[in-house]
Structures are given as C-alpha cells and as structure tokens.
Design a protein around this ligand. Sequence first.
Ligand SMILES: Nc1ncnc2c1ncn2[C@@H]1O[C@H](COP(=O)(O)OP(=O)(O)OP(=O)(O)O)[C@@H](O)[C@H]1O
Ligand SMILES: CC(=O)N[C@H]1[C@@H]2OC[C@@H](O2)[C@@H](O)[C@@H]1O[C@H](C)C(=O)O
Length: 426
Amino acid sequence: MQRIDRIDRILSLTVKPFAFILSAFSSQNYLRKSMNRNLQQLFDIAQKPERLAVGLMSGTSLDGLDIALCRFSGHDMSTRFDLVNFMTVPYGDDYKKDIQQIFAKKQVDLEKLCLLNAYTGSFHAQLILDTLRQWHIERKEVDFIASHGQTIYHAPKRLHGLPNYPNATLQIGDADHIAVKTGIITISDFRQKHIAAGGEGAPLALYGDVILGSKQGENRILLNIGGIANLTWLPGNSNGAEVVCTDIGPGNTLIDAACREFFNKAFDEDSAIAFSGKVNNDLLQALLVHPFFKEAAPKTTGPELFNLEYVKQAQQTSNTTHISANDLVATLSALTAQSINTFISNSFIDVDHILLSGGGARNPFVVNQLQQNFPDKIGNTADLGIDPDAKEAILFALLGNEALCGEPLVIGNNPAVLMGKFSFPF
Ligand SMILES: Nc1ncnc2c1ncn2[C@@H]1O[C@H](COP(=O)(O)OP(=O)(O)OP(=O)(O)O)[C@@H](O)[C@H]1O
Ligand SMILES: CC(=O)N[C@H]1[C@@H]2OC[C@@H](O2)[C@@H](O)[C@@H]1O[C@H](C)C(=O)O
C-alpha cells in the first residue's frame, strides 16, 4: 500500500500535464485490475475499518474445536476487539481416537497422518459452516478465518536433542480445504514463521497477551491452563524487555491421560477424583525432579515429554507403583498446581494479579492450590473482557488480523514477525 501511494505521488508531481490520462493507468484502480480477485479481496479487507474474523483453536486436550467470532478494528497496540460469539464444538470419540493414533508419537502411520491432514481441514470447515448457520451469520459477512490446526508433534531442540536440526513443530488441518469449502480467506500455520525467526513456535500467546492484556502500573500474569500450562508476565512498567512468555509444564494433559487410562473418562470433572484421593508426596517430588522444570524460560513442551511413560518412570524411582488410581490423579493435579506455584514464586516479584484461562481454570483442586499460594491475586481473563475458554481462539483471530494489517511487534528478544500463511477460496 505504501508503494502504491508513492507511485501515485510521483506521477502526480512529475507528469502533471498528462495526469488526467495517466491517472487511469497509474491509480490504485489500474493496479487492482491487474491483481487476481483473491488478492483484491485481501487488499480490501486489510483496508476496512472493521474486520469480522473466525478464530479457531484445537488444543492438545483434544476436547473439541474452539470457534471464536471476533470483530477487530486497528492493529498492533491500537487493536480494538469484541467477541461476538464463541463455541466449543466437542469432538466425537472416533475423531479423537484417530488423532490419538498420530499424536505426540515418534512413530506413526504416515498414510493416517496424510489423510488426517486433509480430513481435519475439511472437517473444521464443516464445523465452521454449521456454527455460522447456528449464529445466523452469512459466510460473506466473515472477512477471514484464522486457523491454528491440530498440533501433532512439537519438537523443540531440547526434546529432539539433534544438533543439526532446528526447533520444529507440526500442525495439521490444511487450510486450503477450509478456504475452498467455506469460501472464506483462511490464514493458518502460524507457528512456522516464529521458528524461522528463532523461536520455538510457541507460546504465541505472547503477542495477544501484550496487545490485549497489558496495563500500565499493574504487574499481571496471564496464566493459561490447557493441556500444557503457560503464562505471560506483563510488568506494569510496560518494558518489553522484561515480558516473559513461556510454557511451565503439564496443565491438564497428565490428569486427562490418567482419567482415560484408569477411569475411562476424558477428564476429572470438577476434580471429583482428585478430591477423593490423597497426594503422594514421594511421587510428587519424583515428578518434579524432571529437568524441564529447572530450565530457563522461555521454554516449550508438550505431551511428547509429559505423558504416562514419564509418570511410570517417576513411580518406579519413588517406589510408588502400588498407589491407587485416585491417589495418582490427586498427585498429578498437585503436580500441575505446584509446578505453576513454584515457577511464579521463583521468577517474579510483586505480582498484582494472576488471570486464569483454559479448561484448567475449571479444575477446583488445581485452582484451590493456586489460591492458597497467591491469596487474593487469582482472577480470570473475563476481568479483561476475554472469555477464559475463548482466549486461545481469540489469539489466532488476532494473529490473523496482524498478518493482514499489522506491523511486527518488538517485544524483548522474541521473534518480531507477522505470522500465518494465506489460503484462498479459488
Ligand atoms: N469442569 C472441569 N473440571 C476439571 N477439569 C476441566 C473441567 N472443564 C475442563 N477441564 C479441563 O480442561 C481441559 C480442556 O482445556 P482446554 O480446552 O483449555 O485445552 P486445550 O485448548 O486443548 O489445551 P492447550 O492450551 O494445551 O492446547 C479438559 O481436557 C479438562 O482437563
Ligand atoms: C505446539 C503447541 O501447540 N503448543 C501449545 C500447547 O498448548 C499450550 C501450550 O502448549 C502453548 O505453548 C501452545 O499453544 C498456545 C495457544 C500458544 O502458542 O500460546
């Protein structure tokens, strides 16, 4: 756009006598006529005063697809945003089982992976169409979709340990399927640019939290407890160099895995199992010995590392293989709470507020332990006008808005890039 303005300016200054004739060729109209219609539409959307976006998140918990309909104006630190509607569409057991076959495993059936990449794109597109219909929103009203996809494997260097290979991560659910099936421009695969620019591909919450969550004069932590727990430290002095955004360790992933394995349940609803068990301190200490907890932030992880194999090993070293499944769930819930408590206490001073989001904010066992450690400081992101369940889907809508019309944000040493790839309907 800047280039077009410059061409117009040069032409109007230097060839004034012919300006009338030339304007037909030199104006934005001429350039627009030489663009394909997809690019024209992109150009128009980026210039609109307001954009309606669908943000999608399918997290490591595999509970469902989060769909957030958001209205944006502006970009970067002047972003204005409204959550127009939000819904989590739960996944059926068949799809969960399919994804679990290729999720966070070193060896998988490549054909299954290939099929699920295309299937997930098309499936997510169908869920968007159904949801828009339910909300009485016409597809032509939606300016763009921003899709996270489904993480299949997350391999920062600390996990793979191979010196000649970079940080790497893989999200499936090809966005061409979403764009073609919905007829809406789709932005996706946000994590690759972050890695290309020196990051680990996560947590991308950094950018959304700085834009939507910072407040001068207040030291805030935005703590998301999803499959993995992560946080953003937003100091009240607004010094970008002091902002920290990092994964902490397991959120719900181990609790969910134990519930699936021993109770045939997807998760520990309202911590009923944890409250019926007793925390085994020997096992808890053995779990906390994992070197990931001591590594310096920022760091990222996933169920590739925090899985039932890690739990079994800790049970063996602590001679606790005999404990009941209820005690195990209680201990894994205590692990989530204690690793978060310790990380925050060791890393930050003068914390004013800790604002929770993610499904773990509904886990009373975990939240009680956070409240005991940080009395009167725990709230949730609804205090900022951000629905705690919708926060990550909103993040991807916001990153899509940035990809369309933002400027790279410089926040300390974090990658200063605009992320996302564009897929067009035709
Ligand atoms: N009532 C509840 N009681 C206890 N736990 C709950 C409750 N509701 C949700 N959860 C937990 O929240 C999880 C879903 O959280 P969320 O949707 O934030 O995860 P995600 O987006 O998949 O994770 P990630 O951020 O790691 O990608 C469930 O699997 C469950 O463990
Ligand atoms: C690779 C990947 O999918 N990471 C997720 C995961 O879920 C929570 C945590 O681990 C976080 O780092 C990240 O997602 C959020 C949305 C993020 O990037 O901020």
